[in-house]
Design a protein. Structure first.
Ligand code: ZN
Length: 206
């Protein structure tokens, strides 16, 4: 694509074109759309973006995004009374399950899956934090809700082993989800059914 007639436009297109799923052509379309919006809208947008790194923090318990040390889900007494933690790989997976409206317990964002090839072991993930929570919060059930991928299976197997010392139920999503599919991209109905009809975790099911 040729250089634009304005350096400022050019720079904005370059910034947007690094977004997931957005190439230069789409970025240009977005910038042209923005140019047609009222200046107040653009100022609010810029301000909201600028506040993200300053004001959004990570929940000290579950690892979700929050405006305070604890996120709104962890602050919800109805949820913590359930004594169930659903362990997910990342925040998009948490949001996918939360969007189904079928789960009322707490979450724990692990921050990835075990992938020895990429140098990601349990120490790089929030495993210690999970075990501490299970102990301190008197958790009665842990749902291992990973995407059905080799990394997800390895991580579930590892956590299952580490959780053996606690008197709790370990379950996993019912397998309505195609192998290799990311939870984030699984349709709501399938995901809702998978969490409601969760099954006891068994290391052999792979
Ligand atoms: Zn939280």
């Amino acid at each position: 694509m040729t250089q634009l007639s304005s350096q400022t436009l050019q720079r904005t297109v370059e910034l947007l074109s690094s977004w997931p799923g957005v190439g230069r052509r789409t970025a240009l379309r977005y910038v042209l759309y923005l140019m047609r919006q009222p200046p107040e809208y653009l100022k609010s947008l810029a301000e909201a973006l600028g506040r993200l790194p300053e004001e959004v923090q990570t929940c000290q318990l579950c690892g979700n995004y929050a405006d305070a040390p604890l996120c709104t889900l962890c602050q919800n007494a109805k949820r913590s009374q359930q004594k169930i933690i659903c362990v997910v790989e990342d925040i998009p997976a948490l949001l996918a399950i939360e969007n189904t409206g079928s789960f009322q317990g707490l979450y724990h964002v692990l921050g990835g899956c075990i992938a020895p090839g990429e140098g990601i072991g349990p120490e790089q993930l929030r495993v210690r934090e999970l075990l501490d929570r299970v102990k301190q919060e008197g958790i009665q059930e842990v749902i291992l809700a990973f995407s059905p991928t080799p990394e997800g299976d390895t991580t579930a197997f590892y956590l299952h082993k580490r959780l053996q010392e606690f008197p709790l139920r370990i379950s996993t999503l019912a397998r309505g989800i195609g192998f290799g599919n990311e939870l984030e991209y699984t349709d709501d109905l399938t995901l809702a059914r998978s969490i409601l009809q969760r099954i006891p975790y068994s290391p052999m099911q792979g």
